[in-house]
Write a protein that binds this ligand. Structure first.
Ligand SMILES: *Cc1c(COP(=O)(O)O)cnc(C)c1O
Ligand code: SF4
Length: 390
């Protein structure tokens, strides 16, 4: 028998509650309260240094983040950081570094060209039949590579001035739109009542078939996923949710419970990951992530090449790394576990799928392909000549 492969510690679902906070055991009813988590976010250098020894690169990054993308980290998410590991993949995602002030000339403030495709403020209409509605500029915590950091968190130069009434009336006039994606910022930071009102208004527009929400709250703030929230969301079906998780350690038992609760209310779940240097640019890490997602009934949807957002070069990988990771998943594991690798075309062309090259050659008679092991196969086209019986 071959020995089992070395297991990553991240493979297991680990609990992070009841949490210790500031060296003290916190009452579980506080820890499990989303508002307590939000009130106790780490959002200043002073609070951060009370919990963690910073490197000089991080300290300088935190000081400069106030004029760019704010820092905020929920206690739940902060507890996932390995304090003694300067390269911890959780740490790299949420603690600013001085490299954020480096400017690569290919980087942009609006790398996906969204501002130019807003017929009304906050509504991006790029594709023929679906729109992206940016309902808020706030998140539970802030990702240092956020593609919308020009507006998200309220610290940057630009402000988000979404006009919901104008967006609703645009959608009423545009009968070709059948799919509305609520994003931001994070829509699940709204109260149940406020989100219910938005979803109810959208549901009053009869040609809208499909609603979805993009949210990282199930990862940053799993305490927000309550039975009341799920029951409200289930009144607006068909409603899907795309979560955003990048590393298997983010999938704790608390996160899994929240995802199960959403799934039990009939909400199909997808995941979007961003390929990040030092976080998930490794096939084994990614495999562990997608396997844990399937166990939480979440279908890996997209793996994004990190957008050319200003100040993200220290987190970006080469395109070939993404292709290599997909190549090591496809065929080697469950098909449902393999996300589509995409690049959001710089300047604004939408998502473009990028795949390993399985198609070797093609002409009118035949197609030459290879499989996941590299073996070659020829597929003949149907012959144009009349066939003869055996
Ligand atoms: C990503 C995105 C969508 C949704 O795209 P899907 O491929 O359907 O998930 C819609 N509008 C905009 C502007 C987007 O960036
Ligand atoms: S949760 Fe999404 S919108 Fe918010 S900071 Fe992270 S990537 Fe940006």
């Amino acid at each position: 028998m071959p020995s089992p492969p070395q297991e990553l510690p991240e493979k297991a679902f680990v609990s992070h509650a009841p949490g210790y906070w500031g060296g003290q055991l916190i009452d579980p009813s506080d820890w499990n309260d989303a508002n307590w988590q939000l009130r106790h976010r780490i959002n200043s250098l002073e609070k951060l240094e009370a919990h963690l020894e910073l490197s000089s690169e991080e300290r300088a990054g935190v000081l400069l983040s106030g004029s760019k993308l704010a820092m905020a980290i929920t206690p739940h998410y902060f507890n996932l950081i390995e304090a003694d590991n300067p390269d911890c993949p959780i740490r790299r995602q949420v603690i600013p570094r001085i490299e954020e002030t480096l400017h690569d000339p290919v980087e942009m403030d609006d790398p996906c060209g969204e501002d130019g495709r807003m017929p009304v403020p906050g509504l991006v209409h790029r594709y023929p039949d679906r729109v992206l509605l940016l309902v808020t500029d706030r998140c539970a915590a802030y990702c240092r590579y956020c593609t919308r950091s020009r507006v998200v968190s309220g610290a940057g130069q630009q402000e988000l001035h979404t006009d919901l009434e104008a967006a609703f009336s645009y959608l009423e006039r545009h009968t070709e739109v059948r799919d509305v994606l609520l994003s931001g910022g994070d829509p699940l930071l709204f109260s149940d009542a406020k989100l219910d009102a938005i979803l109810t208004r959208l549901r009053s527009i009869k040609h809208l078939e499909f609603l979805r929400i993009g949210s990282r709250v199930p990862i940053f703030l799993p305490q927000r996923i309550t039975p009341q929230l799920c029951q409200m969301l289930a009144r607006h079906h068909p409603l899907w949710i795309s979560i955003h998780t990048n590393h298997p350690r983010e999938l704790t038992t608390e996160v899994r419970s929240g995802l199960e609760m959403l799934a039990n209310h009939g909400i199909p779940l997808g995941n979007q990951s961003v390929l990040l240097r030092g976080v998930n640019d490794d096939a084994e890490v990614m495999k562990s992530l997608v396997h844990k997602l399937l166990m939480c009934r979440v279908r890996p949807y997209y793996l994004y090449q990190c957008d050319l957002i200003r100040g993200s070069s220290h987190l970006r990988c080469s395109v070939s790394k993404g292709i290599e990771i997909i190549e090591q998943l496809r065929g080697h594991t469950t098909g449902y576990a393999v996300p589509q690798f995409v690049i959001d075309a710089p300047g604004g062309g939408g998502k473009v799928p990028i795949n390993p090259q399985y198609l070797l050659q093609r002409d009118e008679q035949r197609t030459l392909i290879r499989n996941f092991e590299g073996r070659r196969f020829e597929v003949a086209e149907p012959t144009a000549l009349p066939l003869i019986h055996d």
